[in-house]
Ligand binder design. Structure first.
Ligand code: ADP
Ligand code: ADP
Length: 226
């Protein structure tokens, strides 16, 4: 696990759109940091630059003490969780969780051990032999989390992972993701446009608008702000 540092990060898309400017942010090691702000304020752009899925126009991103501007996404050892967590329909839950480890040639006993541990954390142990079609929406979301956990990444990067779930499940999964984050202690950068989600999940909340950071603090300090 590692802190993530952004120093004076800028992104201008090739069509001239200025997505973010002058972003200075520290995501402390082990923290649950939430980026919150209205649609179009630059949250996804920022997350994708940390992930290495979007080139940065200016500034520097560091993971741990390592500058990663020139590091390919696949070499950053970060685990992304999106809203559209495509699971493989023909594979079991266990194989879906283990898929990335197989691709990276993790030995079979180690794959099985990590899959069992992740399933235990996520309450998926009874469902390891099921296929995604026979799971609830929340269980599918947990499988997507399982894929992220077994990689033992430096950090989790999550972009609106709950936005496709119904309201009741969304509230339940907020608590589950917070719990998983605390249990694994994995540095997490989480993007949402939902203020309640930000305030209930984050231990550091970063408020963005129009491509800039406006406020950074704990949920209580932001509630108390004038
Ligand atoms: P958010 O995640 O907060 O909704 P985004 O990071 O998706 O915001 O977008 C920030 C700004 O950058 C918006 O104005 C958006 O239209 C623009 N943008 C995002 N992706 C691209 C792209 N590939 N090309 C041009 N503009 C983009
Ligand atoms: P979100 O609200 O989750 O940020 P968007 O609808 O803004 O999602 O963006 C979805 C996809 O469309 C992203 O991959 C983004 O790069 C792209 N995109 C967003 N805005 C633009 C734009 N103005 N021009 C080109 N691509 C864009």
């Amino acid at each position: 696990m590692s802190a993530i540092e952004l120093r004076d990060v800028v992104k201008t898309y090739p069509d001239g759109t200025s997505a973010v400017t002058g972003i200075d942010l520290t995501v402390p090691d082990g923290s649950f940091t939430v980026l919150v702000g209205p649609s179009g304020c630059g949250k996804s752009t920022l997350l994708r630059m940390v992930a290495g899925l979007e080139e940065i126009t200016g500034g520097e991103v560091r993971i741990g003490d390592t500058p990663v501007n020139k590091t390919a996404a696949a070499d950053r050892n970060l685990a992304m969780v999106f809203q559209n967590y495509a699971l493989y329909p023909h594979m079991t839950v266990a194989d879906n969780i283990a898929f990335g480890m197989r691709a990276r040639k993790v030995p079979k006993p180690e794959r099985e051990k990590r899959t069992r541990e992740a399933a235990e954390i996520l309450g998926l142990t009874p469902f390891l032999d099921r296929r995604p079609a026979n799971l609830s929406g929340g269980q599918r979301q947990r499988v997507a989390m399982g894929r992220a956990i077994v990689r033992s990444p430096e950090a989790f990067l999550m972009d609106e992972p709950l936005s496709n779930l119904d309201a009741k499940l969304r509230v339940q999964m907020r608590a589950e993701i917070s719990l998983i984050q605390r249990r694994t202690g994995t540095t997490t950068l989480y993007v949402t446009h939902d203020q309640t989600e930000a305030m209930t999940m984050g231990d550091q909340v970063v408020v963005m608008s129009k491509g800039r950071i406006r406020q950074v603090g704990s949920p209580t300090s932001l509630y108390d702000a004038p």
